[in-house]
Design a protein around this ligand. Structure first.
Ligand code: SF4
Ligand code: MG
Length: 332
């Protein structure tokens, strides 16, 4: 049994223009002490997936199974879900400033959930906050615990968010683009901090990002999402060494390289993400896929007519593509 098991998750919601199928049948597992990188462009469904896991999908229709240490979260009431969110699953976001309250000290905010869930006194809460600020590497925690969010830099605020998330000792941390707003050096420090704490606590982590550089740094397993579906799933080394889906390949090709000159043009995958309201039949990546353009007429027709299912390529490695980029004969 894995720490988190998600099976055939579907999330949709109605808009005046039609039903948006934001997540359309994805499955994954996260083990204790491991990080799953959830990768995709904006609109790929990665944030919606994490909100569904947290039970924060108000107004959306959710089907499928979400189990935490074997316990199905789908049927839980709001109260029980509140306890799961506060104590067993924690989440951090891209923008700590919008998640921190400007009028309360960081210490009060770090201690808040802890005090509620452990019925701790103000004094015990403050002591816990100092301890947590020290754990996430904030200097002089006993003094800074009484300061306000605006007195902290962006990187330090993200450390405060991590302290807040971990104060109740959750089993699972969901981090949604936690370093996107930070400069590269601070970004690396925060990712290293999350990795260190994960090792020390045996925490399961879901790292949501559009950046394969972040994935390379922290993830053990990777799920690449496209248009609300899984494009490819693989252990991280395998994904980088032998990407099978043309979309993954495109993401890898758009990573900045060491030999790039400063004015080198940014490599991006041409085209835009697919419609989630009335998706075309066939493969949703087809309008952007160089591989199908270069394929034979029959192969190209199949890409346009038949939606590719996730198929196995190697242990732990699957891709949803009719023409996966794997060496001849490697497909079972
Ligand atoms: Fe490209 Fe066809 Fe594979 Fe889709 S199924 S990614 S269109 S090759
Ligand atoms: Mg997002």
């Amino acid at each position: 049994m894995s720490l988190l098991e998600v099976e055939d998750l579907k999330v949709s919601f109605d808009t005046p223009r039609g039903t948006v199928r934001a997540v359309d049948g994805i499955s994954f597992a996260v083990e204790a002490g491991r990080t799953l990188g959830l990768v995709g462009e904006s609109g790929s469904g990665k944030s919606v997936t994490s909100l569904a896991v947290m039970g924060l999908h108000r107004g959306a229709a959710v089907t499928g199974s979400i189990r935490l240490s074997g316990q199905e979260l789908g049927g839980l009431g709001e109260r029980e879900l509140g306890t799961v969110r506060g104590r067993r699953i924690a989440m951090i976001f891209q923008d700590p400033l919008s998640s921190l309250h400007p009028f309360y000290t960081v210490g009060e905010q770090v201690a808040e959930h802890y005090r509620v869930h452990f019925k701790a006194s103000r004094k015990a809460g403050r002591a816990r906050a100092v301890e947590m600020l020290a754990e996430v590497g904030i200097p002089e925690p006993a003094r800074r615990v009484d300061e306000y969010p605006h007195q902290f830099s962006g990187g330090m605020r993200q450390r405060v968010m991590i302290a807040m998330a971990l104060a109740c000792e959750p089993d699972l941390l969901i981090a949604d683009e936690p370093t996107t707003a930070l400069d590269v050096t601070v970004q690396a420090q925060i990712l290293d901090l999350i990795a260190r704490i994960q090792q020390e606590r045996g925490l399961g982590v879901v790292m949501i990002t559009h950046d394969l550089g972040v994935v390379a740094r922290v993830a053990h397993e990777v799920l690449v999402m496209y248009g609300g579906r899984a494009a490819e799933q693989a252990p991280v080394d395998r994904l980088f060494a032998a990407p099978a889906h043309p979309y993954t390949r495109g993401l890898l090709d758009s990573l900045p390289r060491l030999d790039d000159t400063e004015d080198a043009p940014l490599r991006v995958i041409p085209g835009s993400p697919p419609s989630l309201i009335s998706p075309a039949p066939g493969c949703s990546f087809a309008p952007r896929c160089a591989r199908t353009t270069a394929a034979s007429t029959e192969e190209h027709a199949r890409c346009l007519a038949e939606r590719p299912a996730l198929g196995p390529l190697a242990p732990g490695h699957q891709a949803a593509c009719h023409l996966p980029l794997v060496p001849e004969g490697a497909r079972p």
